[in-house]
Design a protein around this ligand. Structure first.
Ligand SMILES: [Zn+2]
Length: 305
């Protein structure tokens, strides 16, 4: 069994011309992984649309209904930053289903990767920063609800703080939230994670990787999670439009290898989501996102999971 991957054709939704969110990247990422022989087409599993009860494990019924029905107030819609359409609703729900499936596969096989997900700025009653429903939070709660896991660790290395996730689990000792992010970046008002590691603007590979190494191994020993969610956002890259840090492709690759080997060697299953990445050079952006799947394939092969 090769590394389990998750993709749905509806991950890609056309946005109006001129919108700068790189929505095409999800489909291009899958194509790139196949074309460069990182993955075979049959490795990709397709998620189902989740029932509303799953979304309600994190989000209020009122918000879910307003978003899905297209009746959210204009200010709340603007805060999300993506133009509403029935296709985007479907896409959003598919991505949640995808992260749930990724988490289930990770429990079964030790490691699995979505080709979307990581919408960590979504709060129970509202969305923000291109995030509508909090996929990792929903998947964590669902698996807890089903009795498949007890303790969960969120490792959020997207360059922006995982504020929605931090808030959702602020009073929940069963889910430990760890966020390493650029201090002076969105969101302006940070929430309190169980462990926040703010980073200075312009931080480069070595400083970043050393900081990560100072925290992650101890954290795993301390939390002993039944499942790790890894948000591998590529927006810490120096070429990212919204990032403010200065990592290279090699730095992102080493980061992903560091996270995955540390977790897998310790016997902790990891469900990976791709998180943020914003760059007008689409091939460069796709390659950055593919580093996660490349690293995961390598770790999976060598650890004989
Ligand atoms: Zn981000």
């Amino acid at each position: 069994m090769p590394l389990p991957l998750v993709y749905h054709p509806d991950y890609v939704t056309p946005l109006p011309p001129g919108h700068r969110f790189p929505m095409a990247k999800f489909g291009l990422l899958r194509d790139h992984l196949i074309q460069t022989q990182v993955a075979e087409p049959q490795q990709f599993q397709q998620p189902n649309i989740p029932p509303q009860q799953w979304l309600e494990l994190v989000h209020s019924p009122r918000y879910i209904q307003a978003y899905c029905g297209g009746t959210l107030e204009p200010a709340a819609q603007r805060r999300i930053g993506l133009p509403w359409s029935p296709a985007l609703v479907r896409r959003t729900c598919c991505a949640v289903g995808g992260t749930v499936l990724t988490a289930q596969l990770a429990l079964e096989w030790g490691l699995a990767c979505n080709t979307a997900g990581g919408t960590h700025h979504a709060f129970p009653d509202y969305g923000s920063g291109f995030c509508i429903f909090n996929d990792c939070a929903i998947a964590a709660r669902l698996l807890q609800h089903q009795g498949r896991v007890q303790r969960v660790l969120m490792v959020d290395l997207d360059v922006h703080q995982g504020d929605g996730t931090a808030w959702i689990f602020r009073d929940d000792p069963s889910v430990f939230t760890f966020s390493m992010h650029c201090d002076t970046n969105f969101p302006l008002r940070k929430q309190t994670s169980d462990l926040d590691v703010p980073l200075a603007v312009g931080l480069e590979d070595e400083g970043y990787l050393q900081t990560l190494d100072r925290h992650l191994p101890d954290l795993l020993r301390q939390v002993k999670p039944d499942l790790v969610f890894y948000n591998a956002g590529v927006d810490p890259h120096g070429g990212d439009r919204l990032g403010k840090l200065a990592l290279t492709d090699t730095g992102l690759w080493r980061r992903d290898m560091q996270v995955l080997t540390t977790c897998v060697r310790g016997g902790y299953p990891v469900a990976c989501v791709i998180g943020g990445g914003y760059c007008d050079d689409l091939p460069a952006l796709i390659y950055r996102h593919s580093l996660l799947h490349r690293a995961a394939s390598e770790v999976y092969r060598h650890s004989k999971l």
